[in-house]
Write a protein that binds this ligand. Structure first.
Ligand SMILES: Cc1cc2nc3c(=O)[nH]c(=O)nc-3n(C[C@H](O)[C@H](O)[C@H](O)COP(=O)(O)OP(=O)(O)OC[C@H]3O[C@@H](n4cnc5c(N)ncnc54)[C@H](O)[C@@H]3O)c2cc1C
Length: 357
């Protein structure tokens, strides 16, 4: 009997894992805007240590050895096919939407590695650096630079009144204190108008001037659901552009379309850890359907209050658990040294230590 066709759109945290998990049970096609999976929580280390990206930027082919990879954004979905920007129609029996967040990154792994090297040169050449955005990306980048390049003047400007608004106040306060202790100047409740830059001087919304040799924009990435707005799934998007899913992670009202990761409307903290769980539950459910099993046997995804770790340089981190928040070396031991890269690679069936060619 011919294998059923499973098409996965989005090769990030959840899409890569589900494609890898199903590749020997179905005819799997992964459609991604780029030809690699870039482990998001390791990306800031790549900017201060470009060789680190050799393990954390993974070519899709490395783990998807028995599937097809199409490098082109998906732009439309019908009941039977996905259309890519390069004009290919990819037929499916089962579809998984895992497009998470949109990012402006190069299309090939080699270009991405080159970009890390260029960003590192930019950091090395600068005496003063401005980071715009105080979410996890801005805070982790400030931590990486402050730790690896303690002689540089780092300023972080955030438009909110506390850092890391996706987690609790305690974690925000502790991170702020840590950054200050590393001489990072943090300005809250202000934005920077990038059109205002003149001879290395940036002006904030409060009229303050900041001198910096370069800047990094670390503001939030939008959800990558724009492309669904004129498709058969437009009625399944909620007011925030998230796909409504049922307890089995199928798009509501659809028998053969699943959605996983940050794009879903599941009420939980949007974390890669949860996205990986979604991938495993949806893979299990798809395996049941692919083998002609009963729908009633499908697994139910139950959101749990998860932990959140934000690394602060190479040794420390702030961690929020359901009942407590801790900062320092202990949570740092869990995340900050390897940034879960070995663990993530292992989950994809790859050698945790190998630097990809
Ligand atoms: C700096 C940082 C640190 C983080 N730290 C942690 C952490 O420590 N622990 C944790 O659990 N989570 C962490 N997260 C959150 C985590 O990365 C996200 O929750 C996770 O990436 C969501 O996975 P996803 O599969 O839904 O989407 P993503 O990983 O965002 O992947 C989406 C994929 O879809 C592709 N795509 C988008 N649109 C299209 C299209 N139209 N066609 C084809 N492909 C498309 C993109 O190219 C991308 O490959 C962190 C995030 C950041 C930014």
């Amino acid at each position: 009997m011919e294998n059923k066709r499973v098409v996965v759109v989005g090769g990030g945290v959840s899409g890569s894992l589900i494609a890898k998990s199903l590749q020997f049970r179905a005819d799997v096609t992964l459609i991604d805007s780029k030809d690699y999976f870039d482990i998001p929580w390791a990306s800031l280390r790549g900017m201060v240590e470009p060789s680190f990206a050799g393990r954390s930027v993974i070519h899709h082919r490395a783990y998807l050895t028995n599937g097809r990879v199409i490098t082109s954004p998906a732009i439309d979905v019908t009941d039977t096919e996905v259309l890519t920007a390069e004009g290919r129609l990819i037929p499916y029996d089962y579809l998984v939407i895992a497009t998470g967040h949109a990012d402006h990154v190069p299309q090939t792994r080699l270009e991405r590695l080159e970009q890390y090297r260029a960003e590192n040169e930019k950091i090395k050449a600068a005496n003063s650096i401005l980071i715009i955005g105080g979410g996890p990306t801005g805070v982790e980048l400030a931590g990486e630079i402050a730790f690896d390049y303690p002689g540089k003047d780092v300023t972080l400007v955030h438009n909110g009144f506390r850092l890391l608004q996706f987690i609790g106040q305690k974690a925000s306060n502790k991170s702020l204190e840590w950054l200050k202790s590393k001489h990072v100047e943090v300005k809250l409740g202000q934005c920077v108008d990038l059109d205002s830059i003149s001879e290395g001087v940036y002006v904030t919304s409060s009229g303050e001037s900041i001198k910096a040799d370069c800047h990094f924009l670390c503001t939030g990435r939008p959800l990558a659901s724009e492309w669904l707005k004129e498709t058969i799934l437009k009625g399944s998007l909620d007011e925030f552009g998230r796909l409504e899913v049922d307890e089995n992670l199928r798009v509501k009202g659809r028998k053969n379309i699943f959605a996983i990761g940050d794009i879903t409307n599941i009420k939980e903290m949007k974390q890669g850890y949860s996205a990986q769980k979604h991938a495993l539950v949806a893979a299990k459910n798809l395996s049941i359907l692919l083998s002609g099993g009963k729908e009633s046997k499908m697994a139910i995804y139950e959101p749990r209050s998860v932990k959140a770790y934000v690394s602060l340089g190479r040794r420390e981190a702030v961690a929020q658990f359901p009942y407590t928040t801790v900062i320092g070396i202990a949570p740092g031991l869990i995340k900050s040294r390897d940034l879960f890269v070995g663990k993530t690679r292992k989950l994809l069936g790859l050698d945790p230590h190998l630097v990809d060619a």
